[in-house]
Ligand binder design. Structure first.
Ligand code: HSE
Length: 338
């Protein structure tokens, strides 16, 4: 297939997921060209040290940017060597106007990124994100803006990493009425609970989760159920329509004692119905499909026509999350030439 579309990407966030997404786009560039007729080019990268970009909107060397980030912890160090420009993240709008990307990819964990998404959508720049709070807290405004400007707003990797539950709810089951979803959506609590099931105490299990890099920067987001609450809100948004995050009833695992967990199958379960979303620990029967282990997630979707449908797969991990990000980048890019 000949290349019909060249896609310019501005990548915000160069942590584990951003690095994995950059590497996958580089590794699979030829395959993406052959399969979809798309050529992707990263024209800027950012972390909290700033946005490094080429003033003329040309591609940058992502591998070198990742190496600089790994070496120094700051992407701004890359800009210095390459004669590229550096702007603060508060100057994002100026960078968007100067570089005119096609897709803004936000894989940061910046809670304030809502304004970035708005700035992009207002300019007709597609947004792809794995960043949960903007979607969970502002879905209605963002999706309205996306529709008004006919600009894609895609967030597959916010729930179940790259396991495609959002695509399933958005694009399949079009004649079905979804009646409910029950799901285990937070990998960290599953990991901690399975360690505790087998005799570890909470502190040991949290320490191990931190060592594995799956804990949120603020561990309370995992332990108090906020991360699972964000994901439950997003699934409600997609399956039933917008819900205010304040209406999600959340109980985490912080209050559990070892004797509540040892020898059982306790999991942090989200239950979602039209107009209602709840997250709380539940002791599941042996062999229950939601009694996942490790960093797996699972969701049981109930519909009028199909009955019960189970989707299960990776719920965390850098390349696993980047799978959803890259898929959304390709979807957004294909719509550019539609
Ligand atoms: N802290 C999150 C989890 C990471 O444990 O599921 C993936 O969203």
């Amino acid at each position: 297939m000949t290349v019909r579309t060249s896609v310019k990407i501005l990548l915000l966030g160069l942590g584990h997921v951003g690095q994995a997404a950059g590497e996958i786009l580089a590794e699979k560039g030829d395959w993406i060209r052959r399969r979809y007729g798309l050529s992707t080019e990263i024209i800027g990268v950012a972390d909290s040290s700033g946005i490094v970009f080429d003033g003329n909107g040309r591609g940058i060397d992502v591998e070198r940017a990742i190496n600089a980030k790994r070496r120094s912890g700051r992407v701004s160090e890359y800009g210095k060597d390459e004669g590229l420009r550096l702007a603060g993240t508060s100057e994002l709008e100026v960078v968007l106007d100067e570089t005119q990307p096609d897709v803004l990819v936000d894989v940061s964990s910046n809670d304030e990124a809502f304004s970035w998404h708005v700035a992009a959508l207002e300019r007709g720049v597609a947004v792809v994100t794995s960043n949960k709070p903007p979607v969970a807290l502002h879905y209605k405004e963002l999706i309205t803006l996306s529709r008004r400007n006919e600009t894609p707003y895609l967030f597959e990797a916010t729930v179940m990493a790259g396991t495609p539950i959002i695509a399933l709810l958005r694009r399949a089951l079009l004649g079905d009425t979804v009646t409910g979803i029950r799901a285990v959506l937070n990998a960290t609590t599953t990991f901690i609970l399975t360690m505790m099931e087998n005799g570890a105490n909470m502190d040991e299990a949290v320490k191990k989760a931190r060592e594995m890099g799956i804990l949120e920067r603020d561990p309370r987001k995992d332990l108090d159920g906020i991360d699972a609450g964000y994901k439950a809100a997003i699934l409600h948004d997609v399956a039933f329509g917008p819900i205010e995050f304040e209406r999600v009833d959340v109980t985490g695992i912080s209050g559990l004692r070892e004797e509540d967990v040892r020898g059982r199958n306790v999991r942090l379960v989200a239950s979602i119905e039209d107009g209602r979303a709840e997250v709380r620990p539940i002791d599941l029967p042996d062999g229950h499909p939601l009694a996942v282990t490790g960093t797996e997630n699972a969701a049981l979707i109930e519909t009028d026509l199909l009955g019960e449908l189970l989707i299960k797969g990776a719920g965390g991990g850098a390349r696993e999350t980047a799978s959803g990000v890259v898929s959304d980048i390709i979807e957004a890019s294909l719509s550019l030439r539609a």
